[in-house]
Design a protein around this ligand. Structure first.
Ligand code: ATP
Length: 404
C-alpha cells in the first residue's frame, strides 16, 4: 500500500501557443466546394478507387505494439526523496499553484483502485472514474506496473502527457495532469461520460446512433484532428485515430482521446517534410505508405480517419475475422461494393434506408476513399475533410427536413 505522503498535481495548463484558436463554432455554415485538385476527375474516379483497392494493405497484429523514446522529457527527484515529479522539457518547472488533486485523494476516492471504479482497459493500463473532493469527476489512467520496468514505456507515459498538455479544443479530451508515486504512474484527464464510439456502434450502450449523430461525430473528429495538424505549434500527429479513442458526451458529441502515440509533427517551415521513426498505431487503421516507408506525416491520420469513416457508415470493425474472406477487411469490401455500384449494401443494417441516409452514405464514402488513397499526396488534408463533411451534414439536414 502506498504511503500517505501528499503528492501533488503538476502541469495541466495549456501554453498560449496551443490555446484553442479553432473550434467547431469557427467554421462557416457554408463551406466551399471541394477543390478539383483534391480529387481525381470524375471519369477516373472508379479507376482511382480500384487502385486503392489493389493497394490496400492490412498490417499484421504485431505492428500495433508500441514503444516510445522521447529524449527531451526530464525528470527530477523531489525533496521528499520518494516521489518523482516529471516536467516537460519546456523550461516551465514551477509547480502549478492551482493544484486540484493528489495521489492520496485519488487513492481514497477509488478505494485503492477498486474494480468497481473501473471504466476501461487499454494497452497503457486501466482507466478509472474518480470523483474529486471539489465535486468534479475525472478519468484516471493508471499505467500497467510492467510499464515501469521499461524505460521506453515510461517515455510513452511522458510522451502522452507532454502532448496532451499542449492542446485545448472542445473535441479533444482535456489533459489535467499526472502523478508519479513510487511505482504508480497516473494520468488525469477529462472524464467523458458516454462511452466510446466502438461500443455505441456495437449497440453496447443501448440505442443505435442515427445518421445525423454519425455525421456530427465525424465532423467533430475531423475538427479535432484539423486542430492538432494546423493550430498547434509545432503540429501534432495523433497516430492512433480509431473508434475506441473517440469518446462521446451525453449529447453525443465526440472527443478524441489517447495521445499516447502522438509525436510532434515536423515543422514544415523548417524545411522538413516528414520524420522517419518506428511504426506505431493500431492494426486496421495504419497508413500503408507509413508502413512501407516509415515516414510519418499528417496524412497518416487522414488515412486512419478514412478507416474510421467507413466504420461509422458500415458499423463494422476495420478487420472482421469472423466473416468470409472477401469481407474480412472492411475497407476493401466497401470499396468493391462502391465501385460496382452497390454502395447501399454497405450501409449499417441498423440504419434506415432513406434518401437522406443514402445521400450521406454516398458522399461520405466517396470522401473516405479519397482519405484511403494509397499515396499520401492524393489524400485530402484534414481541413478539407472538415469542410466537405460540414457541407455533407448541411445537405443531409436539408434533405431530411424536406422529406419530412
Ligand atoms: N477520458 C475518459 N473518459 C471516459 N472513459 C474513458 C476515458 N479514457 C478512456 N476511457 C474508456 O476506457 C477505455 C480504454 O481506454 P484506453 O485509452 O486506455 O485504451 P484504448 O484506446 O481503448 O486501447 P489502446 O490503449 O490499446 O489503444 C476506452 O475505450 C474508454 O471506453
Amino acid at each position: 500500500m502506498p504511503s500517505r505522503r501528499r503528492h501533488s498535481y503538476t502541469g495541466g495548463s495549456s501554453p498560449a501557443t496551443a490555446s484553442s484558436s479553432y473550434s467547431t463554432s469557427t467554421l462557416p455554415d457554408r463551406s466551399p466546394a471541394p477543390s478539383s485538385t483534391d480529387r481525381p476527375p470524375p471519369n477516373s474516379l472508379a479507376r482511382w478507387i480500384s487502385g486503392i483497392f489493389i493497394n490496400c494493405f492490412t498490417p499484421p497484429d504485431s505492428v500495433s505494439s508500441k514503444s516510445f523514446n522521447d529524449s527531451d522529457i526530464r525528470s527530477r527527484r523531489s525533496s521528499t526523496g520518494s516521489v518523482q515529479r516529471h516536467y516537460y522539457g519546456n523550461g516551465n518547472e514551477t509547480e502549478n499553484p492551482n493544484q486540484r488533486f493528489s495521489f492520496d485523494e485519488i487513492y481514497a476516492a477509488t478505494k485503492n483502485f477498486s474494480p468497481s471504479f473501473r471504466i476501461g482497459q487499454g494497452g497503457f493500463g486501466t482507466v478509472y472514474k474518480v470523483k474529486l473532493r471539489d465535486g468534479s469527476t475525472v478519468a484516471v489512467k493508471r499505467a500497467k506496473k510492467s510499464l515501469h520496468k521499461d524505460d521506453r514505456q515510461g517515455a510513452e507515459f511522458m510522451s502522452e502527457i507532454k502532448t496532451l498538455a499542449q492542446v485545448t479544443h472542445l473535441s479533444l479530451v482535456k489533459y489535467y495532469g499526472y502523478l508519479v508515486h513510487n511505482d504508480e504512474k497516473l494520468l488525469v484527464v477529462e472524464y467523458v461520460p458516454n462511452g466510446n464510439l466502438r461500443d455505441h456502434l456495437d449497440c453496447k450502450e443501448g440505442k443505435t446512433l442515427d445518421m445525423a449523430t454519425r455525421l456530427d461525430i465525424a465532423t467533430d473528429v475531423a475538427h479535432a484532428i484539423t486542430y492538432l495538424h494546423m493550430y498547434t505549434q509545432p503540429p501534432i500527429i495523433h497516430r492512433d485515430i480509431k473508434s475506441s479513442n473517440v469518446l462521446l458526451t451525453d449529447n453525443f458529441r465526440a472527443k478524441v482521446a489517447d495521445f499516447g502515440f502522438a509525436r510532434l509533427a515536423p515543422d514544415t517551415e523548417s524545411g522538413a517534410t516528414h520524420v522517419s521513426t518506428q511504426v506505431k498505431g493500431t492494426a486496421g487503421y495504419l497508413d500503408p505508405e507509413y508502413l512501407t516507408t516509415y515516414q510519418l506525416t499528417e496524412k497518416s491520420d487522414v488515412y486512419s480517419f478514412g478507416v474510421l469513416l467507413v466504420e461509422l457508415l458500415t458499423g463494422r470493425r476495420p478487420i472482421e475475422l469472423h466473416r468470409e474472406q472477401k469481407e474480412r477487411i472492411t475497407i476493401r469490401w466497401a470499396i468493391k461494393k462502391f465501385t460496382s455500384g452497390d454502395t447501399i449494401s454497405v450501409l449499417d443494417p441498423k440504419l434506415e434506408r432513406n434518401p437522406a441516409n443514402n445521400l450521406a452514405l454516398e458522399k461520405v464514402l466517396e470522401m473516405a476513399f479519397q482519405c484511403l488513397a494509397p499515396h499520401r499526396g492524393s489524400r485530402p488534408s484534414m481541413k478539407k475533410c472538415s469542410e466537405i463533411l460540414w457541407g455533407i451534414r448541411k445537405d443531409y439536414r436539408e434533405l431530411l427536413n424536406t422529406s419530412l
